[in-house]
Design a protein around this ligand. Structure first.
Ligand code: ATP
Length: 424
């Protein structure tokens, strides 16, 4: 049938401190243009001229501090304006963090100790759909706009924003986050957990957090600039039971000194020595159910290989079983069948490395390519990237995969996962 007729381009005149909220469809392009005034999307200013394509499926707010006219072109799922936003409180929070960064920098110049020269390590906590990722983006972009290079740490293995799900990662943010390209991916530091849910192997999750923190600590101690800029840490939306325990663990592991709580006030008593700030959620934050989340995870994997706008072409390759070694981190009954070792009972040690037989169960799963030189370094090593298994030929002992880059794998040590993506 004929596609729905696209509405003509339309302009919105936004009053100071109001926003235009737009939900973009999965496969209908939408673009936005600043006509007059100034406006930003989650902390990143719209350029004064030209159309900006808004990525498919995104849910955005075009906010203006001083008033703006913006124009939309294309079909959207929804679009409406609102002047009720928590932006003033958010920007005040940013100002407090900024003052702490400046203080840390002065301390560094005056030869102060590591403690005094450490800028804010902000951790954002709260239930799912409370707008944690969005707040992180704003704090990072506002800081970067002032010339700071804060480190973004993403501990959300379910809906992470740096790379594919199942990872905990960190990356320096050197300029406001690009509206189209998102978080920069030149040099992310990625540790692979391999599942979207921490309860499958919570101990491994903790160990990986420790490894990431250790690496960042090392980088910070040799870099006063990053140290003063500090960290913005995004967390999972699971705030009860084990989820709560993991949050407390994350605060300790990354030595967070500011907690921003969204819709929640549980940490106040648990962490008496840390500044805890309670922040409201924007009414614009879009609720996403578990099916939607599952789909988003799938899209994130697809995006890794095909690009946000389907603009990348992954490379298909074949290796002999003997050319690679696949390992799984720890035991646990919920591990996928494909990850079970040859004739072995599920192991009890959650961080033990187990060699995995390549089988057809691995088709459609993601494998991480480790930077480790030896198998016993896998748990303490970050990963170079990911491959997606498209075929396993048991008879010929060959595994076919796609990778974002051509050529040989950077390492023969691979980590199995329960992350799957089915090419449509
Ligand atoms: P989770 O913990 O489940 O990952 P979260 O707390 O990190 O969720 P966000 O990802 O920040 O929540 O927000 C959920 C969705 O709402 C995102 O798609 C985000 O772009 C959108 N969103 C956030 N704020 C607004 C707003 N003011 N207007 C429109 N959409 C918004």
């Amino acid at each position: 049938g004929a596609a729905a007729a696209a509405p003509p381009p339309r302009q919105y005149k936004l009053a100071p401190q109001s926003e235009l909220r737009v939900e973009v469809l999965p496969d209908s392009p939408l673009r936005v243009r600043l006509v007059a005034g100034t406006a930003e999307i989650f902390g990143t200013e719209l350029p004064p001229e030209g159309w900006v394509p808004v990525p498919p499926r995104s849910k955005i707010a075009i906010f203006t501090w001083h008033g703006a006219t913006v124009e939309l072109d294309g079909v959207s799922e929804s679009e409406y304006t609102s002047d009720e936003t928590p932006m003033v409180i958010y920007v005040n929070t940013h100002a407090i963090l900024d003052a702490r960064r400046a203080r840390a920098r002065v301390a560094a110049v005056q030869g102060g100790d590591l403690e005094a020269s450490q800028g804010p390590r902000v951790i954002v906590v709260g239930p799912t759909d409370s707008g944690k990722s969005t707040l992180c983006k704003m704090l990072l972009s506002w800081a970067a706009k002032l010339g700071w290079k804060p480190t973004y740490v993403d501990l959300d293995i379910g809906q992470g924003s740096i790379t594919i799900p199942g990872c905990i990662s960190a990356t320096p943010i050197e300029k406001p986050i690009d509206i189209v390209d998102g978080i920069p991916l030149e040099m992310p530091l990625v540790y692979f957990y391999g599942h979207p849910n921490p309860s499958i192997n919570a101990d491994a999750y903790k160990v990986l957090m420790k490894e990431l923190a250790k690496t960042l600590e090392k980088q910070f101690s040799g870099n006063a600039e990053s140290r003063a800029a500090g960290m913005v840490i995004n967390t999972m939306g699971w705030v009860e039971g084990l989820g709560y325990e993991l949050l407390l663990n994350a605060i300790d592991t990354f030595k967070a000194n500011v907690v921003l709580e969204k819709l929640w006030k549980m940490l106040k008593d648990a962490k008496p020595n840390i500044d805890v700030v309670k922040l409201h959620k924007s009414e614009g934050v879009v609720l996403r159910n578990s099916k939607y989340r599952q789909r988003t995870r799938s899209f994130r994997i697809k995006e890794y290989f095909y690009g946000i706008a389907n603009d990348l072409a992954p490379h298909s390759n074949i290796v002999n079983f003997s050319d690679v070694s696949v390992y799984r981190i720890g035991g646990g009954h919920q591990a996928p069948r494909s990850a079970l070792p040859i004739g072995a009972e599920p192991v009890a040690d959650p961080t033990r490395l187990v060699a995995v037989n390549i089988s057809t169960d691995m088709i459609h799963t993601v494998l991480a390519v480790s930077y480790a030189k030896e198998p016993d370094e896998i748990i303490s090593s970050n990963v170079a990237g990911f491959i997606h298994v498209t075929d396993v030929d048991i008879q010929r002992k060959k595994l076919t995969y796609i990778a974002p880059c051509p050529g040989d794998l950077p390492s023969r040590l691979l980590i199995a996962s329960s992350l799957t993506w089915y090419e449509a």
